[in-house]
Write a protein that binds this ligand. Structure first.
Ligand SMILES: *[C@@H]1O[C@H](CO)[C@@H](O)[C@H](O)[C@H]1NC(C)=O
Ligand SMILES: *[C@@H]1O[C@H](CO)[C@@H](O)[C@H](O)[C@H]1NC(C)=O
Ligand SMILES: *[C@@H]1O[C@H](CO)[C@@H](O)[C@H](O)[C@H]1NC(C)=O
Length: 372
């Protein structure tokens, strides 16, 4: 055997190995591409970042099961979402992953804030919501374009944000959680139900709040029963409404029932026929949910949505009750970061100041207020 023949054999072996390596890499690359592409993202949603590696100490202490919590974070009230997430994180031993839905120009600010020391171990994923999905489904008065809040509709699109989870929690940005969120997560859903909400009538909150509130707790407070389309649904007008600011969802059932598509149908119909009641605060997110989930939802413990803390500047609950609440919800006009909030001191315990200095609490005694 000549030297040249040996060289050729070595060369052939080398080429074969080289090809095998290339082939293998190519396979895993195509696997990878397939995985990336198979993620359904009908909204053109971009997961922007994800911090999967919690420090080992925390990972050991915290239970393995992931608890997905979806929250919408808009720039002008980012401090709300921050305080809500901090309260959830500090009060749980579970492995909570936040799916934060926001508009693209808020991403950098949010990410910077989440790097603050008290928040830096929070696991999260930022998702960019494209308001164009709402075109034709929401009537935007050009005079009041600024008042239109696309992110309030994020909750209609839950399966696009967390496509692989079966059960998820959605919370508004004006809440504080005072107990382990696992308890809310474990709230059972009846077979065939895609979500569980806190009803407005039998809740502890409404017993205090209902006085003088008119029809705010019935379907008739949200929907225009003079319209044929609404009457044809044969939903009882005095049916108790529910609060969609805190809920637990079964996304398997949500997808089976095409809940998102049903909600979009009612949004689009409202643009043409004006089906929502105009007598009250004029919520445009609650009515479609009331229709789609009419007699088709489970309940959550009222202590997991103690609400109306923002309906007036006065204090309606005793300090003992506020302390016992598992979740406090400042729905209404008086937000806990605003000037005339009630129970602001409870909320402030969970607030982490904005490192960018853009979001400031407006307090009666603060210099910011005095200067105005
Ligand atoms: C954010 O999205 C809007 C609409 O999709 C687009 O016009 C704008 O350029 C985007 N901004 C950034 C900073 O990416
Ligand atoms: C969610 O719904 C599916 C389909 O009805 C059901 O099989 C499953 O058990 C439900 N999961 C939970 C956690 O309720
Ligand atoms: C949901 O949509 C799919 C596909 O469009 C359809 O086959 C199915 O019947 C729908 N289910 C319900 C409950 O409307």
């Amino acid at each position: 055997m000549t030297l040249r023949k040996v060289n050729i054999s070595i060369l052939i072996v080398a080429v074969v190995i080289f090809l095998l390596v290339i082939h293998h890499n190519f396979l895993s690359l195509s696997d990878f591409l397939r995985r990336e592409l198979s993620d359904p993202s009908p909204l053109g949603l971009q997961p922007i970042d994800f911090i999967p590696a919690a420090p080992q100490r925390l990972a050991d202490e915290r239970n393995d099961q992931e608890i997905p919590v979806v929250i919408a974070a808009s720039d002008e009230r980012l401090g709300g979402a921050i305080a809500a997430m901090n309260s959830i994180y500090q009060n749980t031993r579970a492995n909570v992953v936040f799916h934060i839905v926001t508009l693209n120009d808020t991403v950098d600010h949010l990410r910077m804030w989440l790097r603050s020391p008290p928040l830096k171990n929070i696991r999260y994923r930022i998702l960019d919501f494209d308001p164009r999905v709402l075109e034709g489904k929401v009537q935007v008065d050009p005079q009041k374009a600024d008042a239109f809040k696309p992110l309030t509709f994020a909750r209609f699109y839950l399966p696009s944000f967390v496509p692989h989870a079966e059960k998820v929690i959605y919370v508004d940005d004006d809440v504080i959680v005072q107990d382990d969120i696992v308890e809310l997560y474990n709230n059972p859903l009846k077979p065939g139900h895609a979500a569980a909400f806190s009803d407005d009538c039998d809740s502890t909150s409404s017993k205090v709040a209902v006085r003088g509130a008119g029809n705010q707790y019935n379907y008739i407070g949200f929907l225009d029963y003079k319209k044929e389309t609404i009457r044809k649904l044969a939903m009882k007008a005095n049916t108790c409404s529910f609060n969609p600011g805190v809920f637990v969802a079964n996304l398997t059932e949500w997808k089976l029932q095409n809940i998102t598509k049903q909600l979009e149908k009612w949004m689009a119909l409202n643009v043409v026929e004006e089906l929502y009641s105009k007598t009250l605060a004029g919520s445009i997110t609650t009515p479609p949910l009331l229709i789609v989930f009419y007699k088709q939802h489970s309940s959550i413990d009222p202590m997991w949505n103690v609400r109306h803390l923002g309906s007036s500047a006065g204090k309606r609950y005793s300090p003992q009750f506020v302390e016992a609440a598992k979740l406090l919800h400042w729905n209404g006009h008086f937000k806990p970061w605003g000037r005339t909030a009630s129970y602001a001191e409870v909320w402030e315990k969970w607030y982490v100041p904005d490192p960018a200095g853009k979001f400031n609490l407006i307090r009666r005694h603060s210099e910011a207020y005095e200067a105005k």
